[in-house]
Ligand binder design. Sequence first.
Ligand code: ADP
Ligand code: MG
Length: 569
Amino acid sequence: MSTETFEFQVEARQLLQLMIHSVYSNKDVFLRELVSNASDALDKLRLEKLWDDSLDADVSDLHVEIDVDKDARTLTVRDNGIGMSYDEVGRLIGTIANSGTAKFLQELKEAKDAAGEEGLIGQFGVGFYSGFMVADEVTLLTRRAGESQGTRWTSRGEGTYTLETVDDAPQGTSVTLHLKPADPENQLHDYTSPWKIREIIKRYSDFITWPVRMVPEASAAAAADESGEAEAPEPETLNSMKALWARSRDEVSDDEYHELYKHIAHDWRDPLETIRLQAEGTFEYQSLLFLPAHAPQDLFTRDFKRGVQLYVKRVFIMDDCEALLPPYLRFVKGVVDAADLSLNVSREILQQDRHIELMRRRLTKKVLSTVKEMKTKDQERYDTFWREFGTVLKEGLVTDPENRDAILAVASFATTHHDTEPATLKQYVERMKDGQEDIYYLTGESRQSIENSPHMEAFRDRGIEVLLLTDAVDEVWADAVGEYEGKKLRSVAKGQIDLDAKDEETPDADREKRTEEYAGLLAWMKEQLDEDIKEVRLSSRLTVSPACVVSDAHDLTPALENMYRAMGQ
Ligand code: ADP
Ligand code: MG
């Protein structure tokens, strides 16, 4: 059988170098990554078999198995799941598809010291490659369910890997780590110790829904047996497999929740918030949702995978189930386990199901009320949340009128009132000046460009607070929402804003007089600019600039025009 040698893609090579020379102290997590991949592979096989009964695969005893060999210093994680074809191994293991990785590597180059590096590794998942933190060679043997030939992948992590086809590979995947030499100074990191393995699985992978078994070493079992007769050792199941979402709150530690989050979100960081919801009655479900602490890179791309995992009575049904939450909550991760759905339920059916619709509404409200609670109880956490996800959440102001008030209650905006502290609409209204009837805002590219706008002059002069909105979505929602607590939301760049209506210094009569005075100039300007403007008016909004362009209250603002144009409308 011929062995072919391939080069790793550039980014993959950089990542591997990083793993090999890693200073990351928490190396135990490599096992979590391998078990997590094995568990995904078992989920995939079970589903594929469900869709296609003719698939030639054994699903009678799906499990993960861990073997250690003290003498050879190897550790193997084996699953009898979906496996990979020859092409898939090259594609999935030889390259890095994750779009966040490029950014990760860039930041890493900029991190000058070991502490910075350690922090970064902790933040970015590196999955399969994390094995190279503890091993100097990794072998992967796999056979795709339904195929007859297997594939062996081997690498020392240094630039190249080899692939060869194998005739007698068992179904599924086994990953064998040839562990680095033992460190006599540090027995804690002896990954050939069953005790150590047990501890890691318990800590990181207890909730995995498939059994994770360990077969005690034959020689160790024999030595323990005084008669000296070696019996086939019984495998031990290391994880409890208890679905965390089905257990009561006081039975589960925060750490356990966080490990589940990391498994489903493929994130190495703790979530910002854990949300439990259990519904009883005619349509029963349990859910565990998480608000991540960081927005993913691709949150605003078209093919961002949104939605949470759907289970039916503890059985995994699908990833990224978009029917369970609205698009503006696409960053929420988690699990929903519904008791009364068919195992064969499809995405199309879910989109139309009345119970699912009710569930979505309830989950949406629960997420929003959790954010609100965070805002009242833990300002710092809320600030993180809003910084990361505020822009997305504001989309809901346009698309989800039912929850508009709930979103407005947690939305905050940059304001002229304070350089760094954003304000809610409620705070704005409480601070409104006597006689001020509307809520003023201005949209633009950046806080600075808005503050420099001539439109701001009169407001600054009169000490009237203006919200400074810099997201593309801001104009859309401000238009769609229209008013808050009876106060109109008004762009200071639109329509006629008569700040002086109640100002005694410049009564209306005075303005009329001045308009007469300047009639000649106004007419001349109108003539000169006829093609481009509707009208020329005297303004009370400027104090420094001689003139500014204002759009009609109902016209599209330039930024909005650009946005619609970009959307092809
Ligand atoms: P991630 O799990 O976040 O996708 P990994 O680096 O852990 O990233 O794995 C890369 C890919 O390799 C997986 O998405 C999967 O397609 C494939 N893979 C890894 N381990 C297995 C396995 N045990 N069985 C089948 N496929 C696997
Ligand atoms: Mg993985």
